[in-house]
Design a binder for this molecule. Structure first.
Ligand code: IFM
Length: 458
């Protein structure tokens, strides 16, 4: 089928923000120039990262950042979403700051503005300083105050220039892939810790929003990875539970509805939730200006039949403490992550979220796919990725047509980068990165997005 950039361009309202996204540990490299993070520790254990990848050189973005901003200018994006590495600006997570780390982000922000690209800054995208993990990480009672202090550092330095702030990227992953399961750093594999970490992340979010407000920071919000869960009647309770842990556990407290009661009940054998304090629930519900949604795939589940399905990255019962027995059953076209491609579920996710957290502008802060890329005569004709973007941007605009206050879309990712525990084996970039030479090459999907942006008429 013809995937026309013009079709999409003609649907875009004038003020719609188009962007591309990255995250610090995935692209920066230069681990010597910062403190250690939980991802450095995790990556140092053989077997944790599928191909043995470690933080260096990644995309050597610390040295190649100006060239990377040239790629953004070439694309014609309105905004660039990046994250700050906590251990790069505050090596121990508390106390002493790193001047060179702060200067790096300072220059990045200034140069983006000089290019008329709006900086969208994520305060935390998973690289917790190792020193804080030694205190218990996201299960440590003092972590929300440490995070508020770190927010203070960034807000006092950058709030005059950053257009959009996100406290966290996908806190579900930090809590449940990192603490409940062993899939991400720190790899605790402790379901009770996963639930407590979720709560402490939410509290840190609320306190961070407060700090941003005190600096008159513009557009303070959070980025969640939300999705739609499918399953038939025989797994109805599991569907509710998965939806609870993935979506409602975050949206309900932020909307002021507290921790979902069904989740508390279904996890009562795992934790008594005594870490929840009434007074803190109101901090968590501090109003936000916008919500970011990262969407890639739906979840589809059935009763366990022990079918030998392929590996589905991140979809594991361990990551959903208290869930009745299920197996994940993605179907139809899958990405290299084993993720089902289903754009209709994207529309559904946006509609459901807008109901659960009404009157808050929504940005799609990540969306994209990992597909096998083949370089032929210097070109990468990634038609699967183009197809993915075409379907999903249209699906997002369908939700907008149905009333969702959708304001933007950011492609994940600007560059091929370290896909966490999958290392370099899965590539999401619209620019190919050849790791040994660090040469960047636009894939056909980068040309496609550039065409959309150039064709905007409204
Ligand atoms: O690469 C990640 C990113 O860091 C967070 N969201 C999902 C992406 C793809 O797995």
């Amino acid at each position: 089928m013809e995937r026309s950039a013009l079709d999409i361009a003609s649907r875009l309202p004038k003020e719609f923000t188009f962007g591309a996204a990255t995250a610090s540990w995935q692209i920066e490299g230069d681990s010597a120039g910062r403190g250690s993070s939980i991802w450095d520790d995790f990556a140092s254990v053989p077997g944790n990262i599928i191909d043995g990848t470690t933080a260096d050189p990644a995309c050597d973005h610390i040295n190649k950042w100006q060239g990377d901003l040239d790629l953004l200018s070439w694309l014609g994006v309105d905004s660039y979403r990046f994250s700050v590495s906590w251990p790069r600006v505050q090596p121990d997570g508390e106390g002493k700051l790193s001047q060179s780390g702060l200067d790096f982000y300072d220059k990045l922000i200034d140069e983006l503005l000089a290019r008329k690209i709006k900086p969208a800054l994520t305060i935390y995208h998973w690289d917790l300083p190792s020193t804080l993990q030694a205190k218990g990480g996201w299960t440590w009672e003092g972590i929300s105050d440490a995070f508020a202090n770190y927010t203070e550092v960034l807000a006092s330095r950058f709030s005059d220039r950053v257009e959009r702030w996100a406290t966290f990227n996908e806190p579900w992953c930090s809590a449940f892939l990192g603490y409940a399961a062993k899939i991400h750093a720190p790899g605790a594999g402790n379901p009770a810790q996963g639930l407590e970490a979720a709560y402490r992340l939410l509290l840190a979010h609320g306190r961070s929003i407060d700090v941003l407000r005190s600096h008159n920071a513009k557009n303070a919000g959070i980025v969640l990875n939300l999705t739609t869960v499918h399953g038939d009647g025989e797994v109805a309770e599991a569907v509710e539970h998965l939806d609870g842990i993935q979506n409602r556990l975050w949206l309900d407290p932020i909307a002021g509805r507290g921790i979902p009661k069904d989740i508390v009940a279904r996890t009562s054998q795992i934790t008594d939730w005594s870490f929840v304090k009434e007074s803190e629930l109101s901090e968590i519900a501090t109003p936000i200006d916008w919500l970011g949604i990262n969407y890639y795939t739906p979840m589809r589940v059935a009763k366990p039949r022990n079918t030998q399905g392929g590996h589905i990255v991140g979809q594991s019962p361990d990551a959903y403490p208290g869930c009745p027995p299920i197996e994940f059953t993605p179907r139809g076209k899958l990405t290299e992550m084993g993720w089902e491609v289903d754009a209709a579920s994207f529309t559904q996710t946006l509609l459901t979220t807008a109901e659960r957290l009404p009157n808050i502008p929504i940005y799609v802060t990540e969306n994209g796919g990992a597909f096998p890329d083949h370089i032929v005569e210097g070109k990468i004709n990634d038609l699967d990725r183009i197809d993915y973007f075409y379907q999903h941007i249209n699906a997002a605009l369908d939700a907008k047509d149905q009333g969702v206050d959708l304001r933007g879309h950011f492609a994940w990712s600007l560059l091929d980068n370290i896909e966490w525990a999958e290392g370099w084996t899965k590539r999401f970039g619209i620019f190919h990165v050849d790791v040994p030479t660090q040469v960047r090459t636009p894939k056909a999907s980068a040309h496609f997005i550039r065409e959309i942006l150039a064709a905007r008429t409204r």
